[in-house]
Design a protein around this ligand. Structure first.
Ligand SMILES: *Cc1c(COP(=O)(O)O)cnc(C)c1O
Length: 426
């Protein structure tokens, strides 16, 4: 009997969805092959329709910090599926997750659940604009904040900080509401505040930028961002959709000691289900409807299955001291890869932070801005990705996406994956 292949499925998918996918990176664009179609995921592994097993470092781009189909989360999800799917009314499940978050993260005084990271960011910006009566948003080149119109922008020409849209379908007037400046550059930042400071409602930043490679920032730079916000009356928004509950229980707020006005979450907070969240200072969150006049709503917001998957995931991580465990495993894993690359004289390096890692070409200095990313990153990655795939390792299919280590990636699995990646690189 003929077994269906990924190639055939992709041909079908191309007929019904743009690029055959429902989120762009999934399409393997520029990688000269059809994307792998999967049919099953468990622990650290994915299984393709061809019945090939892969060690998965994409982990759905971050939400699955316990790995696929974690038994405890699975049990809780089953229980919830048998109890209720959605209420569109007040219920106890979002209350319990909200109470857990606000009592565990003191800077989250009040919060609102939504259904994606994009939605969380979009709503936080609305609050910031309402609170300050200003329109402009400052973002950093190389930070990603979802597909919010205002934030799909890149540096434009002209005045320092001016932005141009980076997607078709965004009016120039909308892009003009955003100011863009490079990461790691206090002087440019100061200049931008000098030019626009009185109009900047909020500065939004990924405190650990991990959507355009892994661009670990200097603490002094982040401090400067916070200081200039304070000085200019602009709100500081930490976009922790990827770093929140990934780098530690209290995320980058804990790591930097900086207290933002608002924080956005997504990914891990829903334990693999569509959940986002924004929150922070009480006086700001009280501006949100129905207690205030910033409108924001959602039919499926605070979906109980996501609430339960999220809470179970977070409590399990806390119980197992999971963040420490992952940090140690990832250190060992990346050290093994580094040693392997060095031993074979391969021009490759690995950056890592907590349980995130990113493979790239050699660089004399730490890579903190998109300009510092070695020029051949696309080509370097393509070869490594395709060979790794052959050897049963699934990296996120794009040169600028990071890898995620989950609790399901045991030392043994990581050792095996490291060898496969070293061999693939050769
Ligand atoms: C993933 C991500 C988003 C967007 O979240 P979605 O759930 O994909 O809409 C926003 N900000 C950051 C930092 C992210 O990593």
């Amino acid at each position: 009997m003929h077994k269906v292949t990924s190639e055939e499925l992709f041909q079908r998918a191309l007929n019904v969805a743009p690029g055959g996918v429902h989120s762009p990176v999934r399409s393997f664009k520029g990688l000269d092959r059809a994307p792998v179609f999967f049919k099953k995921a468990e622990g650290a592994y994915l299984t393709s329709v061809e019945d090939k097993k892969y060690i998965d470092f994409c982990q759905s781009f971050g939400p699955l910090i316990l790995g696929h189909l974690d038994p405890e989360v699975k049990e809780e999800v089953h229980r919830m599926v048998d109890t209720a799917w959605t209420f569109g009314a007040t219920e106890i499940y979002s209350l319990e997750l909200a109470e857990w978050i606000t009592s565990t993260l003191p800077f989250m005084e009040k919060l609102r659940f939504v259904s994606s990271g994009t939605e969380a960011v979009m709503s936080a910006l609305r609050v910031a604009r309402a609170a300050t009566g200003r329109n402009k948003i400052l973002k950093f080149e190389g930070c990603y904040h979802g597909h919010v119109d205002n934030l799909l922008v890149k540096a434009g020409s002209g005045l320092a900080g001016a932005a141009a849209s980076s997607s078709a379908g965004i009016p120039a007037e909308v892009a003009a509401q955003t100011v863009v400046t490079p990461l790691d550059d206090e002087q440019k930042l100061q200049e931008v505040f000098h030019n626009f400071g009185k109009d900047i409602a909020a500065v939004i930043i990924e405190p650990l930028p991990a959507n355009y490679g892994l661009l670990v920032q200097r603490q002094e730079f982040l401090k400067k961002v916070a200081e200039l916000c304070e000085k200019n009356g602009s709100l500081l928004i930490f976009d922790e959709v990827i770093s929140g509950f990934r780098v530690g229980l209290q995320g980058m707020v804990e790591k930097t000691g900086i207290r933002p006005d608002l924080v956005t979450y997504g990914k891990i907070i829903g334990g693999g289900f569509p959940v986002g969240c924004y929150g922070g200072k009480k006086e700001l969150m009280n501006m949100v409807a129905p207690s205030g006049d910033v409108y924001q709503a959602g039919t499926l917001s605070a979906n109980p299955i996501g609430m339960r998957a999220g809470l179970t995931t977070l409590k399990k991580m806390q119980r197992l001291d999971g963040w420490n465990v992952l940090e140690k495993r990832t250190q060992k894993f990346t050290d093994t890869i580094r040693a392997g690359f060095a031993k074979k004289g391969l021009p490759l390096e690995v950056s890592h932070s907590a349980s995130l890692f990113w493979i790239h070409g050699p660089s004399k200095t730490p890579i903190r801005t998109i300009e510092q990313i070695p020029g051949n990153q696309g080509a370097t990655f393509k070869g490594l990705f395709l060979k790794s795939l052959e050897k049963g390792v699934y990296l996120a299919p794009n040169a600028y996406e990071v890898g995620f280590v989950s609790m399901a990636h045991t030392d043994e699995i990581l050792e095996q994956a490291a060898q496969a990646i070293i061999d693939a690189a050769e």
